[in-house]
Design a binder for this molecule. Structure first.
Ligand SMILES: [Cu+2]
Length: 399
């Protein structure tokens, strides 16, 4: 007699578990307008997604050299727009460290290339020129305006034709126009990709940059609250593979093509001779002074087209860090060090709470301090003793 109530209780439990499992399985979100359990995901507006390029307002964006970004709105105003940008590809010889010369291929005469800023579902209309165009006003090393090699561009933010690489091959002196839609939000690498062994050669000589695609509603923290930034810096990290002469001095070449075979021998070892931010040693620690104030929120953007990196802000944190720098994913809170995958990016915000010197760097410390993958940020404001105080200064004590 006593076994029957037990059996009924067990049956009840089993039914309950089956119903719970069914409820979880049937909850799985479906379709493009998925909403996660917390409601963090935003439904996509069909009017924006289906907006036609022919109806888009055309706006020209003037690009600027990194680590700075062009003037931009953090939230989109009105329907998707067509953003016209222009990039010249310039082959140039640069002294990347004392006595170390590299022929670079530089989008808009800078390494990394400039960071265009658009919003998700905008179009990008790029005019790409192989050489130093008159309107850009660059001069080549030898005073001429012609490169020696073919170039193109692959936008990781675009869709189709090898990221546009198939449609943008241009010989020296040629120009091409490519229009594509930014369907995902985040920071996306772009790089030259002429094919085969030329791809890594052009990328490790500086032929890369990144593009910022902001969500139309702007950035949001992990609770869904808007995130506004007061400043944004783009840290483009570059690995170089510079060959040496038999006597141990750094080898110097006569042009971009002449440099390739000796450089490839170093590249095959997979160990960079130099790793820097913004193209050269000292670029963001002495050449350019980066500043911020206590209370300001800094958006830190980072890309590496060919090598991993692990960003860290010494003396601060990543208040919010978006995985792989893709803004339609909920950001992680309060990180110490985060990831950049090769051919990928990082995006993080931090609100400064103390004045002083901060270093934003690759926390592979060999890359940061023996190479030069680092930047300094000088922050002004009031010191907060509650957060930190030297409560007893160094004093000599008897052993
Ligand atoms: Cu190229």
């Amino acid at each position: 007699m006593s076994s029957q109530p037990n059996f009924v209780i067990k049956l009840g439990w089993a039914l309950g578990i089956i119903l719970a499992v069914l409820a979880i399985v049937s909850y799985a979100p479906s379709g493009a307008v998925a909403t996660d359990a917390s409601g963090w995901k935003m439904p996509r507006d069909p009017e924006v997604v289906n907006f036609k390029r022919a109806d888009a307002e055309v706006v020209t964006q003037s690009l600027v050299a990194p680590p700075f970004l062009p003037k931009h709105e953090q939230t989109a105003v009105g329907p998707p727009r067509l953003i016209k940008i222009r990039m010249d590809i310039v082959e140039r010889e640069v002294e990347i460290a004392p006595g170390v010369f590299v022929w670079q291929m530089a989008f808009n005469n800078s390494v990394p290339g400039p960071m265009p800023v658009v919003h998700q579902y905008d179009w990008v209309e790029l005019t790409l020129y192989n050489g130093a165009s008159q309107e850009a006003g660059y001069t080549m090393n030898d005073g001429s305006s012609l490169n020696v090699m073919m170039h193109n561009v692959d936008f990781h933010a675009s869709t189709g034709a090898l990221g546009g690489g198939e449609l943008t091959h241009i010989r020296p002196g040629q120009e091409v126009v490519l229009t594509w839609r930014a369907v995902n939000a985040g920071v996306f690498v772009y790089h030259c990709a002429p094919g085969g062994r030329m791809v890594p050669y052009h990328v490790v000589t500086g032929g890369n940059g990144a593009l910022l695609v902001l969500p139309r509603e702007g950035l949001r923290d992990g609770y869904g609250n808007p995130v506004r930034y007061d400043r944004a810096f783009y840290f483009g990290e570059q690995d170089y593979y510079v060959p040496k002469n038999d006597d141990g001095t750094w080898k110097r070449s006569k042009d971009y093509a002449d440099q390739m075979s000796a450089m490839e021998e170093v590249m095959e070892g997979l160990v960079p001779t130099h790793v820097v931010f913004n193209g050269k040693v000292g670029a963001l620690t002495s050449d350019i002074r980066l500043e911020a104030k206590v209370g300001e929120t800094l958006l830190m953007l980072h890309s590496q087209a060919n090598y991993p990196s692990w960003p860290h802000l010494i003396g601060g944190h990543g208040d919010w860090v978006w995985p792989y720098a893709k803004f339609n994913n909920r950001p992680d809170e309060g990180l110490e060090t985060w990831d950049v995958v090769p051919g990928g990016s990082a995006a993080a915000v931090y609100t400064f709470k103390q004045p002083g010197l901060y270093a934003y760097l690759n926390h592979n410390l060999i890359m940061a301090f023996i190479k030069d993958a680092k930047a300094y940020i000088h922050v002004e404001g009031e010191w907060n003793n509650e957060l930190m105080e030297q409560t007893s200064p160094p004093t000599s004590v008897e052993p």
